[in-house]
Design a protein around this ligand. Structure first.
Ligand code: FAD
Length: 357
């Protein structure tokens, strides 16, 4: 592909930039993705957990059914096109109550039509198996699983590279020239520039006014000689069994130190959490400890749209802790918007924050 003239220059090959590029290229648009070799990629460290009922109160977002449909459609389509194994693994989830109060939230959600499709039967403390500590019992969830994000991002990287649609380098902000017809970056001319930089959007000169609340997370990979079960367990922390063997265990949340460095404090919080979740941690080995930053927002809604004064500059970001589930559907909406001018859903349109400028 001749990359000197493109329709869309996309900054960031995390899950957001990769899926947006996929949607636009499937429509025949010319795309160039630029990424600094995942220097600060949250997608590369994420467990890819898909959980339709977020938070302490087990709330379902009003668009959960649409997100799930978009997610299955997109990951299946990519796997089919690239002739590879599925990226989404359907795995049942045991949700553990952390307090008696959460039992009340569960009973309330059982009456809520928005949450009902994702809730199954409760279980008592003595029905959780001898390995789990579940003093308040819990319940089974439906429509849960995980996405193998490192493999998906690696495959999409190879797919983009094969089409001459990928550059591995930091965006040279000082070499960008923007005019009414588009953007010039060295020899490349683009009609539009879309920023998918994850939490680093907060230092983007055109979008630093967006109200990002970066949320640092640390996560472990575990190997064990004793089987820990084949279901996802989700209490104060979560344990995800991987199809290829081993487990991901996470994650911490932190708002003070925003960087991608794993810390001794994070590791010890996770080790403590593992001890609170399992009655026996003998024989469990930590084989990897990683950190990343979730691009979270104060209203827990994503950030899609255009710069209020510079209509060639766009942003696709703010997916917080739920990128694996929600990015595929949003990538479809963003490509409709960029390609056909279809209005964005108002709850994610960055216009809601434009009074901050
Ligand atoms: C510990 C942890 C666990 C998580 N677990 C889950 C989970 O189980 N399920 C889930 O759904 N979500 C999870 N998340 C959240 C998930 O990672 C995010 O929702 C999602 O990956 C965000 O994707 P993104 O593409 O917006 O950002 P990123 O993945 O951060 O991608 C941004 C990319 O842009 C690049 N970049 C930035 N600036 C520039 C620049 N100037 N020039 C060139 N390249 C640049 C970065 O290096 C990176 O490659 C977790 C996050 C963390 C930290």
């Amino acid at each position: 592909m001749d990359t000197s003239e493109v329709d869309f220059l996309i900054v960031g090959q995390g899950l957001a930039g990769s899926l947006l590029a996929w949607h636009l290229m499937e429509r025949g648009r010319r795309v160039l993705v630029i990424d600094d070799n995942h220097a600060t990629s949250s997608s590369r460290v994420a467990a890819g957990l898909v959980n339709p009922l977020a938070g302490m109160r087990f709330n379902a977002h009003p668009r959960t059914a649409e997100w799930l449909a978009g997610m299955h459609r997109t990951y299946d389509e990519i796997a089919r096109t690239l002739r590879t194994a599925p990226y989404f693994h359907s795995v049942p989830m045991r949700r553990l109550f952390r307090s008696p109060e959460q039992q009340r939230f569960y009973r309330r959600q059982r009456e809520n039509p928005a949450a009902q499709p994702y809730l199954a039967e409760p279980f008592g403390p003595d029905e959780a198996g001898s390995l789990l500590r579940a003093p308040h019992g819990g319940f089974w969830q439906r429509e849960t699983g995980y996405v193998t994000l490192p493999r998906l991002l690696g495959d999409l990287r190879a797919w983009l590279r094969h089409r001459g649609a990928l550059r591995i380098e930091p965006l040279p902000f000082d070499r960008l020239a923007i005019d009414t017809d588009g953007i010039r970056m060295g020899m490349v001319r683009a009609r539009h520039l879309v920023f998918c930089e994850g939490y680093r959007v907060r230092s983007n000169p055109w979008f630093d006014w967006l109200p990002l609340q970066p949320d640092k997370g640390e996560i472990l990979r575990l190997e064990t000689s004793q089987p820990l079960g084949r279901e996802i367990v989700n209490g104060a922390h979560w344990l995800v069994p991987l199809a290829e063997g081993g487990y991901r265990f996470g994650a911490t949340h932190g708002h003070r130190q925003i960087d991608c460095r794993p810390t001794p404090e994070g590791r010890s919080r996770l080790e403590q959490g593992l001890g609170q979740l399992l009655s026996d941690v003998q024989g469990i080995e930590i084989t990897e400890h990683q950190a990343g930053v979730r691009p979270a927002t104060p209203d827990r809604s994503a950030l899609l749209g255009s710069h209020p004064q510079m209509p060639r500059l766009h942003v696709f970001n703010g997916f917080g802790a739920r990128g694996a589930l929600s990015i595929p559907w949003h990538a479809g909406r963003m490509s409709d918007y960029l390609d056909q001018g279809t209005a964005l859903p108002s709850e994610v349109d960055v216009a809601r924050w434009s009074n901050r400028r």
